[in-house]
Structures are given as structure tokens and as C-alpha cells.
Design a protein around this ligand. Structure first.
Ligand code: AMP
Length: 218
């Protein structure tokens, strides 16, 4: 199954992707994570993309398409994947179509998670992840059960993203509205697009997504 989670930064794509990974034994392909790993590695590509990332801008299509394509070609993607943060432009969507066709995969679902802009800024400002296992948390909406200790692995170090500062978040929202929102009519025209209310609780959103995947959503 190939599922695309589409939505602005902070809509909850990563959180829902993590839930689906365990429930459906699929891999999560997050281009944002790939970009952060490339920057952390200090590679030439990493240095090239850091300026875009820090400014909240999109990494050029050619670079991100190559990065994504390499990951999709790994053997763990044969059963399909959950795409979190890719595609983000119409050019990326067209490249994805070609990559899927080449591998005999089909796009099953595109799920848009809708959230209003003010809520997004609050959500993003409070989020952090475990440095050891990557489990995502939020100061207000999803704190660790025991303060300072990861529920999943017991890790005690946490990261906050450099691009989660309020001014960068505003730039990212503008980028979403300008460059990524045009994907909504693109996928709607293909008859693939469904929407869920991303303002609901994590569990409620998860149930709405499952209903779509199981084909009994209203
Ligand atoms: P995310 O973690 O998905 O919010 O992505 C964080 C940042 O990584 C974005 O603001 C971009 O700089 C870069 N990025 C991630 N995915 C893409 C993509 N599909 N196309 C271009 N840039 C991307």
C-alpha cells in the first residue's frame, strides 16, 4: 500500500505515520527526516540543503526526488510505504507517479489532514522528540508519562527542531500554501484525495484514517 499523508507542518503527519507503521507493518518515508539526517552527516549534499531547511524553504526538487527515490528503492519498501512530507510540489508528484510505475506499485490513498494556521503554530512550538528512538511528544498535547523520560525507550535526551521557531514556521506555512496546496486539486482530479479533520485528538484522527484505509469511511 502506498499512502500519502498531506498537510501543513504541524498537522500531525509524522504522529499518524508512526501509528500506522506499527498497525500496518509499513515503513514511514519522511523526507524531512532524510533532510535532517543529511544535514547532521555534514555531507556535501547536507551542506547544500541546510540553507533551505533553516529558512523554512523547500529543498530543490531534483535533490529531494533523488533522495526519496533512493530510499524507495530499498528492499523494506516492497510492501509499500507511508509518505510523510513527500510529494510537496506538483513536480515531485509527477516524479512519484513515474517511480511507482517503474516499481509496479500503485498509489492507494492520499489523506489530507486539515488544521487551522493558529493551531499549527501552537502545536509546532511545543513539540519535541526522543533523541534515542525518535518518538514524538508535545509539551501540552502529548507529554511523556514521566517527566524527562521517553515512554518508549527510557531515553532522557530530547530534541527540538531548529526550524520550529515561530518565524520559520510562518515561512513554512507560506511555502505550504503556495507550493504544496496545489497538490490537493492534483490528487482530487485523480480521485485519490480524502480529508480528515486534523484538529481532532490523535486517537480520533487515527480512527478516521483507519476508516479510510479499511474502506468504510462515510
Ligand atoms: P518536514 O519535517 O516534513 O516538516 O520537513 C522539514 C524541511 O525539510 C522542510 O521545510 C524542507 O526544507 C525540507 N523538506 C522535507 N520534505 C521536502 C520535500 N518533499 N521537498 C522539499 N523540501 C523538503
Amino acid at each position: 500500500m502506498i499512502l500519502i499523508l498531506l498537510g501543513p507542518p504541524g498537522a500531525g503527519k509524522g504522529t499518524q505515520a508512526q501509528r500506522l507503521v506499527s498497525a500496518h507493518r509499513l515503513v514511514q518515508l519522511s523526507t524531512g527526516d532524510m533532510v535532517r539526517a543529511a544535514i547532521a552527516s555534514g555531507s556535501e549534499v547536507g551542506c547544500q540543503i541546510k540553507t533551505y531547511y533553516d529558512a523554512g524553504k523547500l529543498v530543490p526538487d531534483a535533490l529531494i526526488i533523488a533522495m526519496f527515490g533512493e530510499r524507495l528503492a530499498q528492499p523494506d519498501c516492497v510492501r509499500g510505504a507511508i509518505l510523510d512530507g513527500f510529494p510537496r510540489t506538483v513536480a515531485q508528484a509527477a516524479a512519484l507517479d513515474a517511480m511507482l510505475a517503474e516499481r509496479g506499485l500503485t498509489l492507494d490513498h492520499v489523506i489530507e489532514m486539515t488544521v487551522d494556521d493558529e493551531a499549527l503554530i501552537e502545536r509546532i512550538a511545543g513539540r519535541f522528540t526522543c533523541a534515542a528512538c525518535g518518538t514524538g511528544y508535545h509539551d501540552r498535547f502529548k507529554p511523556t508519562k514521566v517527566s524527562g523520560i521517553c515512554d518508549t525507550c527510557g531515553g532522557m535526551q530530547f530534541n527540538r527542531r531548529a526550524d520550529d521557531k515561530a518565524e520559520t514556521v510562518r515561512a513554512r506555512l507560506e511555502v505550504y500554501n503556495g507550493q504544496t496546496a496545489p497538490l490537493l486539486p492534483y490528487f482530487r482530479a485523480k480521485g485519490k484525495l480524502r480529508s480528515v479533520d486534523g484538529m481532532a485528538s490523535i486517537d480520533t484522527v487515527g480512527r478516521a484514517i483507519n476508516a479510510i484505509l479499511e474502506g468504510h469511511a462515510g
